[in-house]
Design a protein around this ligand. Structure first.
Ligand code: ZN
Length: 294
């Protein structure tokens, strides 16, 4: 439910836990009923009934950011001809930006320039939201640059609809009340994996967009698989050659139960039966550890 014409000269809109309320603005600002602001407020309702992110500090910044993300995604869906990456432009003046949070005094990098550490605004929920806001922009349209931490990034575009689908699944399936930026990264990657498959371009872009905004490591972006040559069932004493398939420039370390096997650093590994003892095959517990040259 939405209420309009709230109060007088009221330049705000809000979700109160039950309904949305919109002011008429003032001499400078038009009524706060634009697509992005309406989408922003109704997303607070969605968040309330899903992750229910606590409205303070990092969880509050994520709460605000999801509202900006879906406000922007809704604007893109409903009015592609006039769509932009600003928040609030249709009421007279924008007050936040996905594409350039710094332009409005917000950070585009975790702990970077403009990152707010005070107690005002519930711990900077409308400021530190800039980090995930910029993540969403980079994931949608791609980008190359150097962030405030001095890290060079290169994010491939996956489009705003795919980016929104990942954010939506993250918010509604995985995140919870006290989730922090590290959780938002971890579960965004999980959400992308669910939707698009392991090591898909979407997963790689999601990971690299978080790296771009200062959260977590980059992902090189090579899918790896293991193939076998020779029979995989054989008499005691037999073996099978495992081959890891990845692009050139990859180094290898074969692991057993998560621990490196000494000397097993080629793309192929010959796995055999444990001598004399139980007929347990090593190959069942071999995993490929892939290290990409950056
Ligand atoms: Zn809000």
């Amino acid at each position: 439910m939405s209420y309009v014409h709230y109060s007088t000269n009221y330049v705000n809109a809000f979700w109160d836990g039950t309904r949305m309320t919109y002011g008429d603005g003032n001499a400078t600002y038009n009524p706060l009923t634009s697509l992005d602001i309406g989408g922003h407020e109704v997303t607070h309702g969605l968040t309330n009934f899903t992750a229910n992110l606590v409205y303070s500090y990092q969880s509050g910044a994520l709460n605000e950011s999801f509202s900006d993300i879906f406000g922007t995604a809704i604007e893109n869906y409903a009015s592609p001809a006039t769509f932009d990456w600003l928040i609030g432009e249709d009421i007279g003046a924008a007050f936040r930006s996905h594409s350039n949070p710094n332009a409005y005094g917000d950070p585009d990098c975790y702990l970077g320039t403009n990152w707010y550490t005070g107690t005002g605004d519930n711990g900077g929920v409308h400021t530190n939201s800039g980090v995930q806001n910029y993540w969403f922009y980079l994931l949608s349209v791609g980008g190359i640059g150097t962030n405030d931490l001095g890290n060079n990034y290169n994010v491939s575009a996956i489009g705003i609809n795919n980016a929104a689908a990942i954010a939506y699944r993250n918010l509604t399936v995985y995140l919870s009340q006290n989730s922090q930026y590290a959780d938002a990264r971890f579960y965004a990657i999980q959400a992308a994996t669910d939707l698009f498959g392991p090591c898909s371009p979407e997963v790689i872009a999601t990971t690299n967009a978080w790296y771009a905004v200062g959260v977590g490591s980059a992902q090189a972006g090579t899918a790896a698989s293991i193939s076998t040559s020779g029979a995989t069932t054989f008499c005691e004493g037999g073996n099978v050659t495992l081959t890891a398939n990845a692009i050139a420039g990859t180094t290898y370390q074969w692991n057993r139960n998560g621990s490196p096997i000494a000397g097993a650093t080629n793309s192929t590994y010959v796995a055999g039966q444990v001598a004399v003892t139980l007929a347990v095959l090593l190959l069942a517990v071999l995993l490929l550890h892939q290290t990409q040259h950056q």
